[in-house]
Write a protein that binds this ligand. Sequence first.
Ligand code: HEC
Ligand code: HEC
Length: 329
Amino acid sequence: MLFTVGFLSLGLVRAGAHDLDALKAQYRRPSAIPFPETAPFSPQVATLGKMLFFDPRLSGKQNLSCASCHNPSFGFEVPVPGAIGATNKPLARKAPTVLNAAWIPILFWDGRAPDLETQAMGPITADAEMDGKFPEIIARLKGTPDYAAWFGRLFPGVGVTQDTILTAIATYERTVVSGWAPFDRWVEGDAAAISPAAQRGFAVFTGKGGCAACHTGWNFTDNRFHDLGLPTKDPGRAAFEPDAPLAKHAFKTPGLRNLTYRAPFGHAGQFANLEEIVAFYEGGGLARPSKSPLMRPLSLRPEERTDLIAFLRSLTAEQTQTALPNLPN
Ligand code: HEC
Ligand code: HEC
């Protein structure tokens, strides 16, 4: 009798280990960055794009660059709910990270840009962001000998144009990938890479917590739009899908890499830290017709809460280094 019980439970442990391996496999890092056929990887174009990303000459007053709001020191975000643009007023939405943007098929919190090239045009010309005008920017870059030479060499016969500027920036952004995190080493088989608490937190994340319903894959996002039931007047995705019942107040699921550098959280930076966002999920959000059916109140024990947070922290890369480019003068 005892033997049978022992045998059965051994079988269960085996099945459990097998399931865990299958689950881990869903979160394996991809081996290569997906570059579109229309903008294949070129290290030189990416280097040029990096200069442009950090160059305030792309803004109307020459005082703001992409990196002003997507700062590598803060996980390619800024540590405020609303970044400050050219009008000196905080923007209504939080600047999301550009980390792992190569894998994000639809850009902005409401998905209004279909690719990184189109996306980059938005902030350059938006009066509340960089307030730039392409004819002026193009003239400025053409008048900078190093830029003129680089563009001439990398885009022969085309040189500095709106399109080549956007291609270069997007190519650079696709190279901005979050580094190896302890969680990745654990997924690859190093059983001690993350703490027992983080391992239990992974079980909460993928099980009882229901988090993995939306935060899927190695970058922890399904790239879809969900209304979590947050108090907000922002229509979110409904601005583009007015007839979709679940689009109201729905925002794109953000990836969860390098969170420890990226507070505050949420589309309006409404959560100061991970503890606050987990407390929100426990409440399940405001009841309203557009709220995702995947959102329901959770009752976590205090240790499940700390385990979940330990897991989220294990997604931060061990080493993050971004050398600043020298800009041509
Ligand atoms: C003044 C601050 C500011 C500046 C400058 C700025 N951004 Fe942003 N960025 C934002 C905000 C805010 C959003 C989110 C807006 C929204 O979703 O409606 C955003 C969204 C993005 C996204 C979408 C990420 C995603 O997951 O959907 C990318 C990519 C991006 N910016 C790249 C850039 C690039 C490239 C530049 C320079 C050409 C730039 N940004 C300049 C504030 C800024
Ligand atoms: C129904 C889909 C869904 C589920 C389930 C879900 N999330 Fe989210 N998550 C989102 C969306 C959408 C946002 C953006 C929220 C906003 O501000 O509108 C988000 C934001 C976050 C953020 C902030 C990230 C950032 O960059 O700002 C964290 C952290 C997070 N979720 C963790 C979790 C955890 C932990 C769970 C489980 C307890 C969970 N999520 C369950 C969709 C979901």
